[in-house]
Design a protein around this ligand. Structure first.
Ligand code: SF4
Length: 311
């Protein structure tokens, strides 16, 4: 349950078809549970929020079915979420797992083949119900067993949203985010940052993964990565991450804090100092660029950082 319109409609359709429903939301640094929490409260259903960060990072490192348009391993992500929901289904004594998917709504991840792959890969084939398009799919076990009234399930298909808007009116669903939004992994710009982290420091450190959501990023040709705060709040966040690497920041003048997970040499450190100085209200005579292990001596030359890649 993402909290989007389709997942909320799926709850209402299932309830009309005779099912008792609880929601499950999979939370990661890339996908917030805020909309799901609001939706569950509005619908009056219990919500289970599961931390999915470890699963998602392992899938990004090795997505058996590849990525979508950015760094989004949607098919494997869906399948893994449904497998985990299936584990919850068993432990809570429920009969099936449902999603708000609509056949052919998304060309890659919601076509007939992808829906079948997800059902098979998740291990929940026969117990995975898509109430918004169930009439267009094979009957599932709960439908065959009469636990779910198939005639009350829908046959939506395609990218038109008007049928969902009509259903929203019918069910009084008014608070829902836009269908495309929500998951940072589908954003190409964010994908560049994530790929850079994956290729250099890796995704093993959760805090470094979370820091992808803030700050400017630089990658020097020698592989040194720099996370540079953009405002006081980000600088304060970076200063709390002292255990992740070297902190570099100016004293005696306003300026950003840089976190460098791994400093390869004193030359690299001087370049980061130059970068910090360039973003500071910098007076060569009065400013000192320091690190949590000591001062970097001036001059803080602006020239060396110009060709570095900005992510
Ligand atoms: S959009 Fe994001 S959360 Fe949703 S399936 Fe794709 S990768 Fe997973």
């Amino acid at each position: 349950m993402s909290g989007g319109l389709d997942s909320q409609l799926a709850v209402r359709v299932l309830q009309e078809a005779g099912a008792e429903v609880e929601g499950v939301c999979f939370e990661t640094p890339f996908f917030s549970s805020a909309a799901a929490r609001r939706a569950a409260a509005a619908l009056g259903v219990k919500l289970h929020v599961i931390d999915f960060t470890e699963d998602e990072c392992r899938l990004i490192e090795n997505p058996p079915h590849g990525f979508g348009g950015a760094m989004n391993p949607c098919i494997d992500c869906h399948a893994t979420m449904i497998r985990r929901a299936g584990e919850l289904m068993v432990s809570l004594g429920y009969d099936f797992v449902a999603t708000g998917e609509v056949l052919n709504q998304r060309p890659m991840s919601q076509n007939r083949q992808s829906l079948g792959v997800v059902a098979k890969t998740s291990g929940l084939e026969g117990r995975l119900v898509r109430p918004l398009c169930a009439q267009l799919l094979e009957p599932t076990i709960p439908e065959q067993e009469g636990k779910l009234d198939r005639s009350k399930l829908l046959g939506l298909s395609g990218r038109r949203r008007e049928p969902q808007f009509e259903l929203a009116k019918k069910y009084g669903v008014v608070d829902y985010p836009s269908p495309a939004g929500g998951c940072k992994l589908t954003e190409k710009g964010f994908g560049h940052r994530l790929k850079d982290l994956l290729d250099h420091e890796g995704l093993g450190n959760r805090r470094l993964v979370e820091l992808l959501l803030i700050a400017r990023r630089f990658r020097f040709p020698d592989g040194t990565g720099v996370i540079l705060g953009r405002d006081a709040s980000e600088n304060a966040t970076l200063k709390e991450c002292e255990n992740l690497g070297t902190l570099i920041y100016p004293v005696n003048c306003p300026g950003p804090t840089a976190l460098v997970p791994s400093v390869s040499s004193s030359e690299a450190l001087a370049k980061v100092a130059a970068l910090v100085a360039a973003w500071s209200k910098h007076d060569q005579l009065q400013t000192a660029i320091v690190t949590n292990v000591g001062e970097v001596p001036p001059p803080y030359d602006r020239a060396p950082f110009l060709p570095y890649q900005i992510l």
